[in-house]
Design a protein around this ligand. Structure first.
Ligand code: ZN
Length: 198
């Protein structure tokens, strides 16, 4: 059993890397400040999961060029993560194991989803694999991480939030901190890499 100070990875654990895509990194069309900092942070978790043959999932925005979330269609965002473009690719530094499962979301013009669970088979795949505890990090704290965590908890999963592997957009100052508070309030437990048992 794990305590709050030491977390021992075990069968039933799954890692979810949320939207670590070029457009969300510095220089991208919807850059998250310090978004690139999650890449080495997540790589450490990926290595820990892969070493134990535990599953790794990577979600991605996979939008058509006329996606409803883009300003030209009345949305609030600049075009980002258009399927097949470099901006939609995972950060080149992100080291995913061969067996990693890629979950594409919001891939039709009319549907948006900040959550990796929205309109995808993520929950079904997790359950089929016997996952009960999810370790979630990525981009961005106040949008896709928040909504993925919320759906995971609503779906009955236990959630550990990788506090050292998330960054916020902070459209309004403090959004990231508020999202963190909300996720804790909903039952997500923040942790850092150092909390993992060796
Ligand atoms: Zn999007």
């Amino acid at each position: 059993m794990s305590s709050d100070s030491t977390i021992r990875l075990q069968g039933g654990d799954a890692l979810i890397a949320v939207d670590v895509q070029n457009d969300f990194l510095p220089g991208g069309s919807l850059a998250v400040p310090e978004g690139d900092a999650v890449v080495p942070a997540l790589n450490r978790y990926v290595a820990a999961f892969a070493a134990r043959a535990l599953p790794v999932f990577a979600t991605r925005d996979w939008h058509p060029a006329n996606h409803c979330s883009f300003k030209a269609q009345g949305g609030i965002w600049p075009p980002h993560c258009v399927a097949g473009t470099r901006g939609a690719e995972f950060a080149p530094g992100l080291v995913l194991p061969e067996a990693a499962v890629v979950i594409s979301k919001a891939a039709t013009p009319e549907a948006d989803s900040y959550s990796g669970f929205g309109g995808t088979d993520l929950a079904a795949r997790l359950r089929a694999g016997g996952a009960t505890r999810l370790f979630i990090g990525g981009l961005a704290t106040d949008y896709c991480v928040l909504n993925t965590v919320r759906d995971a908890l609503a779906g009955g999963f236990e959630v550990w939030l990788l506090a050292d592997a998330i960054r916020a957009v902070d459209v309004k100052a403090g959004d990231g901190a508020r999202a963190l508070g909300k996720m804790r309030q909903l039952g997500a437990r923040p942790m850092r890499y150092e909390d993992l048992a060796p």
